[in-house]
Design a protein around this ligand. Sequence first.
Ligand code: FCB
Length: 503
Amino acid sequence: MPDIVSPATTPAPTATPATATAPDADANANAAEAAAAVSFPPGFLWGAATSAYQIEGAVREGGRTPSIWDTFSHTPGRTAGGDTGDVAVDHYHRYREDVALMARLGVNAYRFSVSWSRVQPTGRGPAVQVGLDFYRRLVDELLAAGIEPAITLYHWDLPQELEDAGGWPERETAYRFAEYARLVGEALGDRVQSWITLNEPWCSAFLGYGSGVHAPGRTDPVAALRAAHHLNLAHGLGAAALRASMPTRNRIAVSLNSSVVRALSPSPANMAAARRIDDLANGIFHGPMLHGSYPKTLLKATGSLTDWSFVRDGDLRAARASLDALGLNYYTPALVSAAEGGGRGHGADGHGASEHSPWPGADDVLFHHTPGERTEMGWSIDPTGLHELLMRYTREAPGLPLYVTENGAAYDDRPDADGRVHDPERIAYLHGHLGAVHRALADGADVRGYYLWSLMDNFEWSYGYGKRFGAVYVDYPTLTRTPKSSAHWYAEAARTHTIPPAS
Ligand code: FCB
């Protein structure tokens, strides 16, 4: 077996004493206040993010073939209310209106994803011009409005044919991805400078193949680990293909949903549980992508499931593609303990209900809610986690510019009698998290931009349309877009390069 082990590359997880409640509210408030007084650096990007399947609709137009999310959402029982992305928010037809909306809101960067099966139906063969033309028109519209586009190549919508051939647990899928990356790079590399290979490969691997709450809905821990490795390989091969097909000025990044993993108490059992989750959440991707190796502790903890012989010579060299930037998607921290008596754990990890754990070799670990407020997803609100992760990236990937490529919150927003949508909770959430970003900047993190998730309400995967993450409200029957008060607040932040007061 090739040398795939690293010395300890990741820091030990931190412990939260059992008595600790949510992070010190005063400290957060003070930090946010201090941040409000200070400007963000010139050139800082005030972005918004979306993804193809969540907003585009038009699933049968222009030769597009089904992705695993079409299949999954059309399978009874897989999504809340049987919701699908068939129409979504019809962005495919309304993209001009959406770009104009962003321009009005002063958003100066937009992160969106390309639907693989729209530009390369079935995941093989030549690119389809109709599909590429849609993204060309979108990009041209953005550039004309002074909005910097950032393309995510893969935001979870694998062409179904590639899943039928084995999906991410199979090595061939990584080669297919590299080919797709080349096609998109050749077509759009002349006008888009900012590129992201994968969005949250953790979710693709562990929710898609482990707990099965995401497409394709498989529940096989070994398949999940194999998928994680092939996603690492795909990232590396995809980045190399992009580099070969685009002008050198373009930047390549990846968006990881790295986790702050805290132990419920510093007992050895809880610290060991936190270590295992840290490896499965972070080390499994940071290791190959940033250091060219897997953490030894990860291989040991999963050793009874697999010998990792699917890792071939050269894979880790390829996975450690030189990155130009690193993207962090942050929502909430993880608080864990060892299940007493080694029983079944899992629980409040915020990744949807499943009998199957998304944590191979660690399904005895218990997840807890951090005390304090939570969003409509049930996710604990804790901006200190964002600061912590930005500082961790600063240590683990010194010299690499950082972007918060997703951050935001779902709330049960409803229009008032005048049709206005007030979402003070979202403003408070953004206020706190932008404060954390500013604090990280002050502490030396090279954060270049922030992309709010999401521009507008959309299809929230297995939760369907029930969870609203948008700064813009979408009335689903009419698809009318109405900026919420948070959108106006964010516009003010973008205009002034500061954090406006939360109320
Ligand atoms: C992230 C996903 C994004 C959205 C937000 C709420 O994990 O990347 O598509 O679902 O969560």
